[in-house]
Design a protein around this ligand. Structure first.
Ligand code: CMC
Length: 378
């Protein structure tokens, strides 16, 4: 039977899913039917993670119990800390995260994926421990001691505390919490797909998540947010924006933080993050980086908007993280510590009526090639 190749599987559904929904023409994103703007305004990351995993918003007792579980599984075994200490300090934190997640699977074997109680505990452990891994790596690599998590702080505030050693103010805490909510899930993107493929083999959840973390590292996916800030720094001033962008576009280079396979209008997450960046600047004082970003947004939208290319989630997130004093190479890991909730929701969904992914290919090689002995080869 002849097959038609669809590069990048564009427009090919690979699963039925009830977790998140994107309307790319109208710039709408929903988790379990709830608009992202409502969640950003009223929810917390912990509550949103529950919503993604369980399908409904928790009642007060359910939320308390979930938060208790998340808070009491944040610590890392000393051997995981030892492992993190052994990693090269110049290595990328995403690689450290992938290694640590794979190692966690050896400490908490969860091979029986039919055991719902064990699956819940694995979800809690992964969501709770990922921020601790990132904060520990960031501190240990510069010679500082890692900090133990603080049970009196919520998820976002505790992460900032473990990273910087200071308890953040409420504006910074809210900003990070919103960023985590916005990155919680995003339908069938590359890392989610890769997690689902791994999950379809009935591999354990730590392997599923380490596979998804690896996929997120690429510059066309989660890695774009770091490159946005790099680009804004390279531009250096508002006056340079026009010539810089035109130069890039004339030489057919991509502008990081723009374009999306699904959105053909401005990504709703970029709009929320732009407001968030502006709010933080009101508190922390103006930065030229923000002004440069606004100018880049204006010029790229003017040039590429007619082709359906607008700012995506990665464009303003870097400025928000920069305002929170988060080091540049921790940007993609923050994406990961939020997206782990979505990846796990997809893993649980994949297990229902699971069928292993086994696509096909269109073979373009030769047949019946004779084996040439080595002495006869050129
Ligand atoms: N800058 C300049 N041109 C672009 C850009 C961009 N950022 N994005 C797409 N184009 C052009 C591309 O050159 C092509 O032009 P032409 O038709 O003339 O050859 C056209 O738009 C279609 O590009 P495509 O690669 O077929 O589109 P896609 O849907 O496969 O790509 C994308 C989506 C995200 C990979 C792409 O827009 C891109 O590389 N963006 C920059 C990286 C980035 O910001 N990634 C973060 C994505 S959102 C968060 C996440 O998923 O992690």
């Amino acid at each position: 039977m002849p097959y038609e190749l669809i590069p990048g599987l564009e427009g090919v559904p690979i699963a039925e899913s009830a977790i998140s929904f994107v309307d790319g023409q109208n710039g709408i994103l929903e988790y379990r039917g709830i608009r992202i703007e409502e969640l950003a305004d009223h929810s917390t990351f912990e509550e949103t993670a529950y919503l993604l995993l369980k399908g409904v918003l928790p009642n007060p007792e359910e939320l308390d119990s979930f938060k208790y579980d998340l808070t009491h599984h944040r610590r890392l075994k000393y051997k995981i800390i030892d492992l993190i200490k052994c990693l090269p300090e110049h290595g990328h934190p995403m690689d450290a995260l992938q290694a640590a997640v794979a190692a966690l699977g050896m400490f908490y074997p969860a091979k029986d994926v039919t055991n719902e109680e064990e699956n819940y505990l694995s979800c809690v452990r992964l969501i709770a421990k990922l921020p601790t891994v990132i904060a520990a790596f960031e501190r240990l690599r510069i010679g500082d001691d890692h900090l133990l998590p603080r049970d009196d702080l919520g998820y976002a505030a505790n992460f900032l505390y473990m990273l910087t050693g200071e308890v953040p103010n409420p504006v910074s805490t809210k900003a990070l919490d919103v960023c985590l909510i916005l990155h919680g899930d995003h339908t069938m993107n590359a890392s989610t797909f890769s997690g689902r493929v791994t999950g379809s083999t009935l591999a354990d959840p730590y392997t599923v998540i380490s596979s998804a973390v690896g996929t997120l590292t690429g510059p066309l996916h989660g890695g774009a947010n770091e490159r946005v800030l790099q680009m804004l720094r390279e531009i250096g001033s508002v006056e340079n924006v026009q010539s810089y962008i035109e130069g890039k576009l004339d030489s057919k280079e991509r502008i990081m933080g723009f374009g999306h396979r699904v959105y053909k209008t401005k990504d709703p997450r970029a709009t929320i993050l732009q407001h968030m960046a502006a709010e933080l600047i009101e508190v922390h004082g103006p930065t030229e980086l923000y002004d440069i970003a606004v100018k880049v947004d204006e010029i790229v939208t003017e040039r590429l908007g007619p082709k359906g290319i607008y700012a995506n989630v990665d464009f303003y997130s870097g400025i928000v993280y920069d305002q929170l004093s988060i080091p540049q190479d921790a940007f993609t890991p923050i994406f990961a510590i939020a997206r782990v909730a979505g990846w796990l929701a997809h893993w649980l969904e994949q297990l229902i009526g699971n069928r292993i992914f086994r696509p096909t290919q269109i073979y373009t090689g030769q047949h019946n090639v004779p084996y040439l002995p080595i002495e006869q080869r050129d």
